[in-house]
Design a protein around this ligand. Sequence first.
Ligand SMILES: Cc1cc2nc3c(=O)[nH]c(=O)nc-3n(C[C@H](O)[C@H](O)[C@H](O)COP(=O)(O)OP(=O)(O)OC[C@H]3O[C@@H](n4cnc5c(N)ncnc54)[C@H](O)[C@@H]3O)c2cc1C
Length: 618
Amino acid sequence: MAEVERHSYDVIVIGAGGAGLRAAIEARSQGMRTAIICKSLFGKAHTVMAEGGIAAAMGNVNSKDNWQVHFRDTMRGGKFMNSWRMAELHAMEAPQRVWELETYGALFDRTKDGRISQRNFGGHEYPRLAHVGDRTGLELIRTLQQKIVSLQQEDERESGDAESRLKVFAELTITKLTMDGERISGAFGYWRESGRFVVFDAPAVIIATGGIGKSFKVTSNSWEYTGDGHALAMRAGATLVNMEFVQFHPTGMVWPLSVRGILVTEGVRGDGGVLRNSDGKRFMFEYVADMFRAETAESEEEADKWYDDHTAGRRPPELLPRDEVARSINSEVKAGRGSPHGGVFLDIASRRTAEDIRKRLPSMYHQFMELAGVDITREAMEVGPTCHYIMGGVQVEPDTAATAVPGLFAAGEVAGGMHGSNRLGGNSLSDLLVFGRRAGLGAADYVEGLSGGNTAMDATLVQEYIDEALEPFSRDEGENPYDLQYELQEMMQANVGIIRTQSELDYALEKLDEFKERAGRLAIKGGRVYNPGWNLATDLPSMLTVSTCVAQGARDRKESRGGQTREDFPKADPEFGKINFVQRQPAGGSFADEIKISPEPLPEMPEELMAIFEEANK
Ligand SMILES: Cc1cc2nc3c(=O)[nH]c(=O)nc-3n(C[C@H](O)[C@H](O)[C@H](O)COP(=O)(O)OP(=O)(O)OC[C@H]3O[C@@H](n4cnc5c(N)ncnc54)[C@H](O)[C@@H]3O)c2cc1C
């Protein structure tokens, strides 16, 4: 047997983004011996890229804001497909999680009177996003890492070993979850640098692996977003929910090529940037849906007043929820009024001084200047929809983040339910903190309640996993993983992208079956040390699994709602508004096993929460 490294913990957390780090802090604080595992370098999780801010109804800039309004905005943004309980917990607890970050050392931008500043974002009725310029994710990760170091210092003082209760395993990819009967017992993976295999025995596993965007050609997501956690959880017997709902952020750069897909934060529109078509027209006024008409400005004059004084006019239509703006851009491009490279123009240069832009949006300015030579203080950007976020994910019990598999928990982007059919900007960072903490607590409670020890992973099973992982090296001829990845991304973008139709979805599912069959014949040259081809080969099964889930859900949801737009069913259908689609695979099977999809009725919202909407409609 190839040499295997073994570890044993109470709780392992797969993922070191905001959700994983907050979960690990909680599990360790509850006395659990906790491991954090991540496939990129520690500190480089996708969360670090988050720009605009963390949504939390602290009411610092507008005292009318409160958790009820945040809850209402979140449910409306998600077109009422959200788990109401998750949305409720999120809205209630987000302010505490932001204030807590300050106690960990976060330095947010301030209001003139010294409180945490909050900015406007699409779909949020009041200024609600706590931020650090446009580098909020970096501050969040930095602060959580700092807290981890301080906990490790405590442990060192107590036991002489800083890693005795909290240890980070960076650049290690988990490829399997293991079971003891029906419950979780650990995980198996490999060091990316050496290729050496690693076994973790643990009675509780928290999945915090982020999203799936790398299955699409144009995406704002980083290389890590291959849907591993979604696929691992489903193969262990957990269910996935709402997978058809993929958010295409309206403003990804479409040109120059060096920055294609990269996000232009919604903060640009929150700070006065406007969308124009090739005729120079501010077209968003033409696309205001009835649901948002009452609170949206009708003219440029009214909208412009709002930026300086929110009581002087209604909100500009550029700040409608992301799905609305993305679809509108798509329509303009389709109607032949797009920019030269297939997007529209986002103009802040003509509306704010260069100094103002550099001060409020420093990362945007530097990033596009350095990577593409585009000076956003002088020229409009060419932008269009880019695959950004998946609302769907592992189905969890809202209060504990527990999945259907005993011992398995999920939090962050990998978990489903919180955002319904569409996520509001800023609601992810708060989601990570609220449900990361709850997952850490849930896992600790679960472990405390267990009687008897955890079963160590069986040597025969470990050998089986190793043989499977090494199989592509045994073939002289076979499929190249890069070719397969390229074809998958092209196919998903073309057929399961922002606008979908029956025939294209049927075709996509046929192609996915073919890709799965080809993925069983991958051939890799060289050895396990520093071999990105092999690393990709281990990611591809997850990419194919999540792509199939998205395509299946999109095929069966014969309506348009939130992150799902069907050209052949352009309207929301009230009957589909009553159900979520849930997907499952046989536990312990292969990635290529059939994925079953079934409708599940949405849980009914209690009367006191319904009253929040009735109050607003008066
Ligand atoms: C450019 C950009 C800007 C954004 N701006 C905002 C914003 O302003 N506000 C907001 O609320 N949201 C924003 N978002 C969305 C938000 O950043 C993400 O949804 C969020 O950071 C996801 O956090 P997470 O903890 O779930 O996962 P991540 O931060 O992605 O972390 C996932 C972790 O899992 C690890 N991992 C994955 N697979 C494996 C495996 N098989 N084995 C081991 N480790 C694994 C990764 O290495 C990583 O450590 C933005 C997104 C982008 C792309």
